[in-house]
Design a protein around this ligand. Structure first.
Ligand code: A2P
Length: 350
């Protein structure tokens, strides 16, 4: 059996550290690991299965003798270094948005479109965190009834914006409680002109604004959904909100099914058996998904399933997942596990 030499790019980051944890727990046969980050982190010691691993500065030659490279160090780094990795024979699973919409790059949620892995040319994109959990919750229903329309509002944790954003939430929260003024430098978007307080203050901006008034995060949810589900006629709209939560994205999802015949009991029955889903839906006993319960778990938690009271064939659900795990690190490692299982963990020779 093949054993893989694995590199993690962005190993010191919020997602990278979880990629390391997911690799430790993975069934993937691993011969060696290499942890890569910026020059700032070179020499720092991380652990892998109780072994010390020294973090190295990312350079093109880092990928010599690497079979699998997991990237989560920002889109710019992926654009520059993913081709270097592939050139040297590594299969890249990229957690950034750099290549997601490229025609030749599969965008994969294993529970939904594993078959797209067969088309890879050395690079597989991991979808946006908010898109992934919505796909896990809706695909089992789409398979049975077809999907016509989705209207989603997200409540996204600050960890989606990296370690600095988590620190910003914690520091601001303490400052507000201590009745001190607080500084905002990272959220809503580090590179944008203005920064606002996130502590006790949800922000309706994730990523930069497009000319049409949608944010790029909303654009990602709309377009990635159509690509993953392989249906350009699917109607999707999204509103993405950053909330003062450290880990765990929540989503309120309204959806219209294509075929008649669904009801709440049938939907619950389908989701109770669906891969990667945990049904948490018992209003009489106040059971519903919550970020603090989803943090650290690989599954997507679904509840609050209801009929739309005005429109036939339309329903609501609420889903929560750990954005750093199912939304990023676990989905990436799961893709690697599936590539291995399907004997696809090699760059195809053209
Ligand atoms: P470093 O810790 O050395 O800055 P987060 O998403 O939590 O902000 O983490 C981003 C990750 O991307 C970190 O591991 C960070 O490393 C890494 N990173 C940022 N800039 C670079 C770079 N120029 N080269 C390599 N890795 C980088």
């Amino acid at each position: 059996m093949n054993e893989y030499r694995v590199a993690v790019v962005g190993a010191t980051g919020a997602v990278g550290t979880r990629m390391i944890q997911m690799l430790e727990q993975s069934s993937l046969p691993i011969a060696s690991v290499k942890f890569l980050a910026s020059k700032r982190s070179a020499g720092k010691v991380l652990s892998f299965k109780d072994q010390d691993v020294v973090v190295e500065e990312l350079v093109p030659e880092s990928f010599t003798d690497i079979d699998l490279a997991l990237f989560s160090a920002g889109g710019g780094i992926s654009k520059k270094f993913a081709p270097e990795a592939i050139k040297r024979g590594a299969v890249v699973v990229d957690n950034t948005s750099a290549f997601r919409m490229d025609k030749d790059v599969p965008l994969v949620v294993p529970e939904v479109n594993e078959h797209d892995l067969y088309k890879h040319q050395g690079l597989i994109a991991n979808p946006n965190c908010s898109t992934i959990q919505m796909m896990v919750a809706l695909e089992p229903l789409r398979k049975v009834y077809g999907l016509k329309k989705i209207v989603v509002t997200t409540l996204q944790a600050v960890s989606g914006a990296g370690n600095r954003a988590i620190e910003e939430l914690m520091t601001q929260t303490k400052d507000v409680l201590d009745k001190k003024s607080c500084k905002a430098e990272v959220l809503p978007v580090a590179s944008d002109q203005k920064h606002y307080q996130i502590a006790f203050n949800p922000l309706p901006q994730i990523d930069v604004f497009e000319d049409d008034g949608y944010t790029h995060e909303e654009w990602k949810m709309i377009n990635e959904t159509k690509k993953i589900m392989g249906d350009q006629s699917l109607q999707v709209t999204a509103t993405c909100i950053r909330v003062p939560v450290a880990i765990g994205h929540s989503e309120s999802v309204w959806f219209e099914l294509e075929k008649p015949g669904a009801n709440v009991a049938k939907i619950k029955g389908i989701l109770a058996k669906a891969p990667g889903v945990v049904l948490q839906d018992d209003p009489a006993n106040q059971v519903y998904p919550q970020p603090i319960m989803a943090a650290g778990k690989k599954e997507t938690f679904v509840g609050r399933i209801r009929c739309d009271q005005e429109q036939e064939n339309a329903f609501h659900l609420y889903c929560v997942a750990d954005n750093l795990l199912k939304g990023a690190a676990w989905n990436s490692v799961q893709i690697a596990e599936r590539l291995h299982a399907l004997d696809l963990l090699a760059v195809p020779k053209n």
